[in-house]
Design a protein around this ligand. Structure first.
Ligand code: HEC
Length: 260
Protein backbone atom coordinates (compact mmCIF):
# COMPACT_ATOMS: atom_id res chain seq x y z
CA UNK A 1 0.00 0.00 0.00
CA UNK A 2 2.58 2.49 1.16
CA UNK A 3 4.86 1.39 -1.64
CA UNK A 4 2.14 2.10 -4.18
CA UNK A 5 1.55 5.54 -2.70
CA UNK A 6 5.23 6.30 -3.01
CA UNK A 7 5.24 5.24 -6.64
CA UNK A 8 2.29 7.46 -7.38
CA UNK A 9 3.82 10.39 -5.51
CA UNK A 10 7.08 10.08 -7.39
CA UNK A 11 5.38 9.97 -10.76
CA UNK A 12 3.24 12.93 -9.82
CA UNK A 13 6.41 14.79 -8.96
CA UNK A 14 7.96 14.05 -12.36
CA UNK A 15 4.80 15.19 -14.10
CA UNK A 16 4.72 18.35 -11.99
CA UNK A 17 8.32 19.21 -12.88
CA UNK A 18 7.47 19.00 -16.58
CA UNK A 19 4.37 21.11 -16.17
CA UNK A 20 6.06 23.87 -14.19
CA UNK A 21 8.86 24.10 -16.73
CA UNK A 22 6.59 24.47 -19.74
CA UNK A 23 4.38 26.98 -17.94
CA UNK A 24 0.63 27.27 -17.85
CA UNK A 25 -1.07 29.70 -20.16
CA UNK A 26 -4.02 31.63 -18.91
CA UNK A 27 -6.95 32.78 -20.98
CA UNK A 28 -7.48 36.48 -21.61
CA UNK A 29 -9.93 38.84 -23.26
CA UNK A 30 -8.24 39.28 -26.64
CA UNK A 31 -6.83 35.99 -27.88
CA UNK A 32 -3.20 36.52 -28.94
CA UNK A 33 -2.17 33.99 -31.58
CA UNK A 34 0.86 31.92 -30.61
CA UNK A 35 3.86 31.96 -32.92
CA UNK A 36 6.68 29.50 -33.37
CA UNK A 37 9.78 30.93 -31.69
CA UNK A 38 13.18 29.27 -31.65
CA UNK A 39 13.73 30.59 -28.11
CA UNK A 40 10.62 28.95 -26.62
CA UNK A 41 10.79 25.73 -24.61
CA UNK A 42 13.47 24.46 -22.29
CA UNK A 43 16.00 23.91 -25.06
CA UNK A 44 15.13 27.19 -26.83
CA UNK A 45 17.89 29.35 -28.31
CA UNK A 46 17.83 32.65 -30.19
CA UNK A 47 18.33 32.54 -33.92
CA UNK A 48 21.53 34.58 -34.26
CA UNK A 49 20.83 35.97 -37.74
CA UNK A 50 17.26 36.85 -36.75
CA UNK A 51 18.67 38.83 -33.79
CA UNK A 52 21.01 40.72 -36.10
CA UNK A 53 18.23 41.46 -38.57
CA UNK A 54 15.99 42.43 -35.67
CA UNK A 55 18.53 44.99 -34.51
CA UNK A 56 18.58 46.39 -38.04
CA UNK A 57 14.77 46.77 -37.99
CA UNK A 58 14.86 48.35 -34.54
CA UNK A 59 17.55 50.85 -35.38
CA UNK A 60 16.22 51.73 -38.87
CA UNK A 61 12.51 51.83 -38.02
CA UNK A 62 11.52 51.76 -34.34
CA UNK A 63 14.41 53.75 -32.87
CA UNK A 64 13.08 57.02 -34.28
CA UNK A 65 10.34 56.86 -31.63
CA UNK A 66 11.13 54.09 -29.11
CA UNK A 67 14.17 54.28 -26.82
CA UNK A 68 16.01 51.28 -25.33
CA UNK A 69 17.68 52.97 -22.41
CA UNK A 70 18.93 49.87 -20.63
CA UNK A 71 21.04 48.66 -23.54
CA UNK A 72 24.61 49.60 -24.39
CA UNK A 73 26.14 49.07 -27.81
CA UNK A 74 28.60 46.57 -26.36
CA UNK A 75 25.66 44.30 -25.42
CA UNK A 76 25.22 43.69 -29.15
CA UNK A 77 28.49 41.78 -29.15
CA UNK A 78 27.88 39.70 -26.03
CA UNK A 79 27.41 35.95 -26.04
CA UNK A 80 23.81 34.84 -26.20
CA UNK A 81 22.80 38.00 -28.11
CA UNK A 82 23.15 39.12 -31.74
CA UNK A 83 26.91 38.46 -31.31
CA UNK A 84 28.11 41.15 -33.67
CA UNK A 85 31.91 41.19 -33.86
CA UNK A 86 33.82 43.84 -31.90
CA UNK A 87 34.56 45.65 -35.15
CA UNK A 88 30.87 45.70 -36.04
CA UNK A 89 29.91 46.91 -32.57
CA UNK A 90 32.45 49.74 -32.80
CA UNK A 91 31.12 50.72 -36.22
CA UNK A 92 27.50 50.60 -35.00
CA UNK A 93 28.28 52.77 -31.96
CA UNK A 94 30.28 55.26 -34.03
CA UNK A 95 27.17 55.91 -36.16
CA UNK A 96 25.55 57.69 -33.22
CA UNK A 97 26.23 61.11 -31.78
CA UNK A 98 26.54 60.98 -28.02
CA UNK A 99 26.30 63.95 -25.67
CA UNK A 100 29.29 64.17 -23.38
CA UNK A 101 31.06 66.69 -21.21
CA UNK A 102 31.64 69.02 -19.69
CA UNK A 103 35.10 69.53 -21.22
CA UNK A 104 37.81 71.61 -19.56
CA UNK A 105 35.99 74.81 -20.64
CA UNK A 106 32.82 73.58 -18.95
CA UNK A 107 31.09 73.03 -22.28
CA UNK A 108 28.99 70.00 -23.21
CA UNK A 109 29.90 68.49 -26.56
CA UNK A 110 28.95 65.65 -28.87
CA UNK A 111 31.23 62.88 -30.02
CA UNK A 112 30.81 59.60 -31.96
CA UNK A 113 29.45 56.74 -29.84
CA UNK A 114 31.60 54.07 -28.24
CA UNK A 115 30.66 50.44 -27.40
CA UNK A 116 30.36 51.38 -23.71
CA UNK A 117 27.70 54.06 -24.43
CA UNK A 118 24.03 53.46 -23.78
CA UNK A 119 21.71 53.34 -26.81
CA UNK A 120 21.01 56.92 -27.83
CA UNK A 121 17.37 57.85 -27.19
CA UNK A 122 15.27 59.56 -29.86
CA UNK A 123 13.91 62.14 -27.39
CA UNK A 124 15.47 63.89 -24.40
CA UNK A 125 12.63 62.87 -22.03
CA UNK A 126 9.21 61.23 -21.77
CA UNK A 127 7.37 64.57 -22.13
CA UNK A 128 9.16 65.39 -25.37
CA UNK A 129 8.47 61.87 -26.70
CA UNK A 130 4.79 62.14 -25.77
CA UNK A 131 4.41 65.62 -27.25
CA UNK A 132 6.00 64.52 -30.53
CA UNK A 133 3.66 61.52 -30.82
CA UNK A 134 0.26 63.13 -30.53
CA UNK A 135 -0.02 62.68 -26.79
CA UNK A 136 0.99 58.99 -26.66
CA UNK A 137 4.28 57.87 -25.20
CA UNK A 138 6.16 55.32 -27.32
CA UNK A 139 7.22 52.99 -24.48
CA UNK A 140 10.90 52.27 -23.88
CA UNK A 141 11.58 48.87 -25.40
CA UNK A 142 14.36 47.59 -23.13
CA UNK A 143 12.06 45.24 -21.22
CA UNK A 144 8.75 45.71 -23.05
CA UNK A 145 8.49 42.01 -23.96
CA UNK A 146 8.61 41.06 -20.28
CA UNK A 147 6.31 43.88 -19.22
CA UNK A 148 3.44 42.84 -21.48
CA UNK A 149 1.10 39.91 -21.07
CA UNK A 150 1.65 37.59 -24.01
CA UNK A 151 5.29 38.71 -24.37
CA UNK A 152 6.77 38.07 -27.80
CA UNK A 153 3.45 36.82 -29.21
CA UNK A 154 1.82 40.10 -28.14
CA UNK A 155 4.46 42.32 -29.76
CA UNK A 156 4.29 40.32 -32.96
CA UNK A 157 0.48 40.42 -32.91
CA UNK A 158 0.40 44.22 -32.49
CA UNK A 159 2.87 44.70 -35.35
CA UNK A 160 0.80 42.46 -37.65
CA UNK A 161 -2.60 43.45 -36.25
CA UNK A 162 -3.38 46.56 -38.32
CA UNK A 163 -6.58 46.13 -40.35
CA UNK A 164 -9.40 48.37 -41.55
CA UNK A 165 -11.84 49.06 -38.72
CA UNK A 166 -15.12 47.17 -38.95
CA UNK A 167 -18.01 49.23 -40.38
CA UNK A 168 -19.37 51.67 -37.85
CA UNK A 169 -16.24 51.59 -35.60
CA UNK A 170 -15.56 55.17 -34.50
CA UNK A 171 -11.93 56.15 -34.70
CA UNK A 172 -10.39 59.57 -34.10
CA UNK A 173 -7.71 61.37 -36.07
CA UNK A 174 -4.22 60.02 -35.29
CA UNK A 175 -5.60 56.78 -33.87
CA UNK A 176 -5.39 53.48 -35.73
CA UNK A 177 -7.37 50.28 -35.61
CA UNK A 178 -5.46 47.28 -34.30
CA UNK A 179 -6.95 43.86 -33.66
CA UNK A 180 -4.77 43.13 -30.65
CA UNK A 181 -4.70 46.37 -28.67
CA UNK A 182 -7.03 46.98 -25.76
CA UNK A 183 -10.11 48.65 -27.22
CA UNK A 184 -8.67 47.99 -30.70
CA UNK A 185 -7.06 51.43 -30.79
CA UNK A 186 -3.42 52.44 -30.98
CA UNK A 187 -1.74 55.80 -31.45
CA UNK A 188 1.11 54.34 -33.47
CA UNK A 189 0.67 54.27 -37.22
CA UNK A 190 1.50 50.93 -38.83
CA UNK A 191 5.29 50.85 -38.52
CA UNK A 192 6.12 48.01 -40.94
CA UNK A 193 5.53 47.40 -44.64
CA UNK A 194 7.13 44.95 -47.08
CA UNK A 195 10.70 45.88 -48.05
CA UNK A 196 10.88 48.77 -45.61
CA UNK A 197 14.44 47.78 -44.79
CA UNK A 198 16.97 46.13 -47.03
CA UNK A 199 18.47 43.27 -45.02
CA UNK A 200 22.25 43.12 -45.18
CA UNK A 201 22.15 39.29 -45.16
CA UNK A 202 19.91 39.19 -48.25
CA UNK A 203 16.81 37.85 -46.46
CA UNK A 204 13.57 39.03 -48.08
CA UNK A 205 12.20 41.80 -45.87
CA UNK A 206 8.52 40.87 -45.81
CA UNK A 207 6.38 42.51 -43.17
CA UNK A 208 6.03 39.24 -41.25
CA UNK A 209 9.78 38.57 -41.44
CA UNK A 210 10.60 42.01 -40.01
CA UNK A 211 7.98 41.63 -37.29
CA UNK A 212 9.45 38.26 -36.34
CA UNK A 213 13.04 39.52 -36.36
CA UNK A 214 12.42 42.69 -34.38
CA UNK A 215 10.34 40.76 -31.83
CA UNK A 216 13.16 38.24 -31.44
CA UNK A 217 15.57 41.12 -30.90
CA UNK A 218 13.29 42.75 -28.31
CA UNK A 219 12.90 39.42 -26.50
CA UNK A 220 16.65 39.07 -26.21
CA UNK A 221 16.91 42.66 -24.94
CA UNK A 222 14.35 41.95 -22.22
CA UNK A 223 15.99 38.66 -21.31
CA UNK A 224 19.64 38.64 -22.36
CA UNK A 225 20.44 35.55 -20.27
CA UNK A 226 17.64 33.38 -21.62
CA UNK A 227 20.01 30.87 -23.18
CA UNK A 228 22.05 30.40 -19.99
CA UNK A 229 18.84 30.16 -18.00
CA UNK A 230 17.54 27.42 -20.29
CA UNK A 231 20.83 25.54 -20.03
CA UNK A 232 20.78 25.71 -16.22
CA UNK A 233 17.11 24.73 -16.15
CA UNK A 234 17.80 21.67 -18.26
CA UNK A 235 20.65 20.62 -15.96
CA UNK A 236 18.52 21.07 -12.85
CA UNK A 237 15.76 18.99 -14.42
CA UNK A 238 18.13 16.17 -15.35
CA UNK A 239 19.50 16.26 -11.82
CA UNK A 240 16.02 16.09 -10.29
CA UNK A 241 14.97 13.23 -12.56
CA UNK A 242 18.07 11.20 -11.75
CA UNK A 243 17.62 11.97 -8.06
CA UNK A 244 13.98 10.89 -8.23
CA UNK A 245 14.90 7.60 -9.87
CA UNK A 246 17.58 6.95 -7.26
CA UNK A 247 15.21 7.76 -4.42
CA UNK A 248 12.59 5.51 -5.98
CA UNK A 249 14.90 2.50 -6.17
CA UNK A 250 16.36 2.98 -2.71
CA UNK A 251 12.86 3.30 -1.23
CA UNK A 252 11.84 0.12 -3.01
CA UNK A 253 14.71 -1.76 -1.42
CA UNK A 254 14.02 -0.26 1.98
CA UNK A 255 10.34 -1.13 1.97
CA UNK A 256 11.05 -4.58 0.49
CA UNK A 257 13.27 -5.35 3.51
CA UNK A 258 10.64 -4.12 5.93
CA UNK A 259 8.02 -6.47 4.49
CA UNK A 260 9.62 -9.74 5.57
C1 HEC B 1 6.45 57.29 -35.39
C2 HEC B 1 6.79 56.80 -34.09
C3 HEC B 1 6.83 55.29 -33.87
C4 HEC B 1 7.55 54.35 -34.58
C5 HEC B 1 8.46 54.55 -35.76
C6 HEC B 1 7.29 53.09 -33.92
N1 HEC B 1 6.43 53.26 -32.87
FE1 HEC B 1 5.69 51.81 -31.67
N2 HEC B 1 4.59 53.19 -30.66
C7 HEC B 1 4.58 54.54 -30.91
C8 HEC B 1 3.67 55.18 -30.00
C9 HEC B 1 3.37 56.67 -29.92
C10 HEC B 1 3.10 54.15 -29.21
C11 HEC B 1 2.06 54.29 -28.10
C12 HEC B 1 0.72 53.98 -28.71
C13 HEC B 1 -0.43 54.08 -27.76
O1 HEC B 1 -0.20 54.15 -26.55
O2 HEC B 1 -1.56 54.05 -28.25
C14 HEC B 1 3.69 52.92 -29.66
C15 HEC B 1 3.39 51.67 -29.16
C16 HEC B 1 3.98 50.49 -29.54
C17 HEC B 1 3.64 49.18 -29.02
C18 HEC B 1 2.54 48.88 -28.02
C19 HEC B 1 3.15 48.97 -26.68
C20 HEC B 1 2.22 48.73 -25.55
O3 HEC B 1 2.12 49.65 -24.74
O4 HEC B 1 1.66 47.65 -25.42
C21 HEC B 1 4.48 48.28 -29.60
C22 HEC B 1 4.54 46.78 -29.37
C23 HEC B 1 5.33 49.03 -30.50
N3 HEC B 1 5.00 50.35 -30.44
C24 HEC B 1 6.31 48.45 -31.26
C25 HEC B 1 7.01 49.14 -32.24
C26 HEC B 1 8.01 48.51 -33.09
C27 HEC B 1 8.49 47.06 -32.97
C28 HEC B 1 8.44 49.45 -33.94
C29 HEC B 1 9.44 49.29 -35.06
C30 HEC B 1 9.15 48.27 -36.02
C31 HEC B 1 7.70 50.69 -33.63
N4 HEC B 1 6.87 50.45 -32.59
C32 HEC B 1 7.85 51.88 -34.31
C33 HEC B 1 5.33 55.20 -31.85
C34 HEC B 1 6.14 54.59 -32.80
Amino acid sequence: MIEKMFKILIFLKIILIFFVSTGFSSSKEIEIPKQEWTFKGITGKFDRSSLQRGYQVYTEVCASCHSMELLSYRNLGEKGGPEFSLEQVKAIAANFEVNDGPNSDGEMFTRPGRPSDKFVSPYPNIQAATAANGGAYPPDMSVLVKARKGGADYIYAVLMGYTDPPPGFKIEEGVYYNKYMDGNKIKMSKPLADDLVSYSDGTKASEAQMAKDVTTFLTWAAEPHLETRHKTGLRVMMYLIILTILVYFSMRRLWANLKD
